[in-house]
Design a protein around this ligand. Structure first.
Ligand code: 13P
Length: 251
């Protein structure tokens, strides 16, 4: 079901205690408040159990930032989708550009991660987006289309319907340089059209497509007002309640 969503991606920030404090503060700030979107925080793995214990999922939902491409076994240092699900987390970010760029995650690996996540009833928040050189060459649409086709289009329509997409232009991540509202709408509409071409208009219309990349309290309202922008995946501004809450309230 297409929903408005504001998700925080804490990335590799916050010790366990700091993360617990932030989650508590966010939950308190939102308790009793009427908001027009689902709120999710995606924490580091080691925070999941403690943060899950203090969150009311009707107020703030919980996700991880990654999971393994294998089910179990001799994969030192990896964390499986089943392990993530066993903490109570409901979501998992997959295919973030930082994982693609720094940890060699290919579309083929991501297909396996998606399979693991779905088998374990986690909702993937699947990230796509072009780098600066690709946008400057006018190739952003074909890059994003290939990412979607190569990782997602083997899914059944039913499984595709379980996924949240996040368009994160790499040049906008952590740079303070947000995509303009027009650039975001244009790409989100293109993504929806690409989905419609494969799965039909009703699946496309039901897919939540979030924008990520230097979203903040100042630009969230304008971004979210676009018909094809269903929310945000927020990095830096999710690390403090003071900067995250106004983004949630932008809906
Ligand atoms: P920033 O909001 O810090 O630019 O990060 C965006 C992001 O990568 C969210 O996944």
């Amino acid at each position: 079901m297409r929903k408005n969503i504001v998700a925080g991606n804490w990335k590799m920030n916050k010790t366990l205690q700091e993360g617990v404090d932030l989650a508590k503060e966010l939950q308190t700030a939102l308790n009793g408040k009427k908001v027009n979107c689902d709120v999710i925080v995606c924490t580091p793995f080691i925070h999941l159990t403690a943060v899950n214990a203090l969150l009311d999922p009707t107020i703030v939902k919980l996700g991880a930032q990654n999971c393994a491409d294998k089910g179990s076994g001799a994969y030192t240092g990896e964390v499986s989708a089943a392990m993530v699900a066993s903490t109570g987390a409901q979501y998992v970010i997959l295919g973030h550009s930082e994982r693609r760029a720094y940890y060699g995650e290919t579309n083929a690996i991501l297909k396996e991660k998606l399979k693991q996540a779905l088998e374990n009833k986690l909702t993937p928040i699947f990230c796509i987006g072009e780098v600066l050189a690709e946008r400057e060459a006018g190739k952003q649409n074909s890059v994003v289309k290939t990412q979607i086709e190569d990782s997602l289009f083997e899914l059944s329509a039913e499984d595709f319907g379980k996924i949240i997409l996040a368009y994160e232009p790499v040049w906008a991540i952590g740079t303070g340089k947000t995509a303009t509202s027009e650039q975001a709408q244009e790409m989100h509409a293109y993504i929806r059209q690409t989905i419609a071409g494969k799965y039909g208009a009703s699946v496309a219309n039901e897919t939540s497509i979030l924008y990520g990349g230097s979203a903040n309290a100042g630009n969230a309202g304008e971004l979210f007002a676009n018909p094809d922008v269903d929310g945000g995946l927020i990095g830096g501004a999710s690390l403090k309640v003071d900067t995250f809450l106004p983004i949630v309230e932008a809906f």
